[in-house]
Design a protein around this ligand. Structure first.
Ligand SMILES: CCCCCCCC/C=C\CCCCCCCC(N)=O
Length: 532
């Protein structure tokens, strides 16, 4: 499917326009030309440098007191969490069945967990960054959170997200802006950016995120941690605001975020409840028996930025490593339909559900049921008195011009992409695909590159499981990474691949450790192009 001359011209014009906007933005953006980027101090507690499942073992063996562990951190539910930690230590003291019984019954006993604020966590705010919801306090737990609690985890509190979970940057007028621990001038991603930042910085062990367009994977990528968007329908999505409508329930996924790949599978098993059985998570995976495919970019959509050369290089290194270590051949494939990822995502997100009802508009969600007028909000925003962010107002404005009838061409692209990927991946295929075309951008920069999330969003529409895997740091000291995609219900394949890549590339890096920036393993190639 070659590009027409018109598409090429349009692409050139769009990219030129974005470059001009970005150049103007750079002129006014803070930290221009500063060599030493503001970052966090190194992590001092060794307890923050082990996977959650190791920590759980140390707590069960009484090597670490759950109470002591919580003293290392200060969070929103601090007093309640301390009480729960004391109960955990008492329970361990009184347990006569031994460590195995505890592990079986309460696999996360005493492990601290944080939760994206869009989820209900009893007694905690659930505003989803909307000023009008600032007094909403959850009376019950979302099912995924309840399952983690039932497994013994201790929630520390809730973390920031973008307004109504619909932006690449976690910024709202209630909590403010979330920063990236590797460079405080960069975004932490969205919408689960608070989780990405707190886990990446080492201040939380594991967390709960949600993803309808990349909201687990984008923050995991920007903050150098692991995350998993499960096969659609596996983890219960209830108890989140906003509730998905139309066809969106099929695209929204709840999943784990963590620093160590080892934690992904146990977290997923707990969060999925009985549905975990569908994933055969205990089945052994031998990577040498898998078929790997590498897709270096989306084929050159004019709406999206070209993939950063350092990300292309990182993906090549993964291919070389897999081939050398496993004795396999990774096949490079081009999938032309991916070029329409944004159009496919947009069309499906606004399609009516099986009941024929259209999804709730973003403008209605912003107004809490009563539609806001985006142009009026924009005017108020210019005067500095709108309760909404520029991004949310922009989304509501764009929505006004969106057709409710998706074009037949786009629907055909979606169908053929679904067929092609299902055939390609089968039950033993893993696809390597960039997580995002850019490294963590500066604050507010996504306003000029809003479509870049389509690299992740397309897999929500296809319902495929995707693991986000960190791959070390760039020359600027920002996280590199990759998406690992498998066929439906084959979640164990990208999870096993992430475990291997963690060993091969070092996984999460302490953002406060300056040595990483100097040591970064991946060289920058001179040029790259997305043209097919
Ligand atoms: C201020 C300019 C706004 C322009 C809007 C252009 C349209 C872009 C459309 C959608 C952006 C959605 C980003 C979604 C990010 C992740 C969502 C998620 N919860 O998984």
């Amino acid at each position: 499917m070659a590009m027409t001359r018109f598409e090429r011209l349009l692409g050139l014009l769009l990219r030129a326009a974005v470059r001009v906007f970005l150049a103007v933005f750079e002129l006014f953006a803070p930290q221009r030309g500063s060599a030493e980027q503001p970052r966090l101090p190194p992590i001092s507690s060794p307890l923050l440098r082990v996977p959650a499942i190791h920590l759980a073992r140390q707590i069960r063996r009484k090597e670490v007191s759950s109470l002591f562990f919580l003293c290392c951190s200060l969070y929103l539910r601090f007093a309640a969490a301390l009480q729960e930690a004391a109960q955990v230590d008492k329970l361990i003291e009184e347990e006569t069945g031994g460590e195995d019984v505890l592990e079986d019954r309460l696999p996360l006993l005493g492990v601290p967990v944080t939760v994206k604020e869009a989820f209900a966590l009893q007694g905690m705010p659930n505003s989803t960054g909307l000023l009008s919801r600032r007094t909403v306090i959850s009376g019950v737990d979302a099912p995924s959170v309840a399952l983690l609690k039932r497994a013994g985890a201790i929630p520390l509190g809730v973390t920031n997200c973008s307004e109504l979970c619909m932006w690449l940057e976690s910024h709202n007028h209630l909590y403010g802006i979330t920063r990236n621990p590797y460079n405080l001038g960069r975004i932490a991603g969205g919408s689960s950016g608070g989780e990405g930042s707190i886990i990446g910085s080492g201040a939380s062990v594991v967390g709960v995120g949600s993803d309808i367009g990349g909201s687990i994977r984008i923050p995991c990528f920007f903050n150098g941690i692991f995350g998993h968007k499960p096969t659609s329908g596996i983890v219960n999505n209830a108890g989140q605001h906003p509730p998905p409508s139309g066809q969106q329930p099929g695209f929204l996924c709840t999943g784990p975020m963590c620093r160590y790949a080892e934690d992904l599978m146990p977290m997923l098993r707990i969060m999925a409840g009985p549905a975990a059985e569908k994933l055969s998570l205990s089945a052994e995976v031998d990577l040498r028996n898998l078929r790997f495919f590498s897709v270096p970019h989306d084929g050159g959509s004019p709406l999206l930025s070209p993939v950063d050369p350092q990300l292309i290089q990182a993906q090549k290194k993964v291919v070389e490593r897999l081939e050398a270590d496993l004795g396999i051949k990774v096949k490079e494939v081009r999938i032309p339909q991916l070029k329409y990822s944004f159009q496919i995502w947009g069309a499906m997100m606004s399609s009516p559900g099986k009941d024929g009802k259209s999804p709730t508009t973003f403008a209605e969600l912003m107004g809490g049921g009563k539609r806001v007028w985006p142009a009026w909000e924009l005017f108020k925003c210019m005067l500095g008195v709108s309760p909404h962010t520029v991004a949310a107002i922009g989304l509501a404005l764009v929505e006004m011009f969106q057709s409710s009838q998706p074009s037949q061409f786009i629907l055909q692209q979606k169908e053929s992409l679904q067929r092609e990927l299902e055939e390609l991946l089968g039950t033993d295929g893993v696809l390597l695909y960039p997580s995002h075309p850019q490294l963590a951008p500066k604050h507010h920069q996504p306003i000029f590159t809003p479509f870049n999330f389509s690299y992740t969003g397309i897999f929500n529409i296809l319902g495929l499981p995707v693991t986000q895997c960190p791959l070390g740091l760039s020359v600027e000291g920002l996280p590199l990474g990759l998406q690992l995609v498998a066929g439906k219900l084959q979640d164990r394949l990208p999870l096993a691949t992430a475990l291997y890549l963690e060993k091969a590339f070092g996984g999460w890096r302490d953002p406060g450790d300056r040595a990483h920036t100097a040591e970064n393993t991946l060289n920058t190639p001179k040029s790259s192009s997305n043209a097919t």
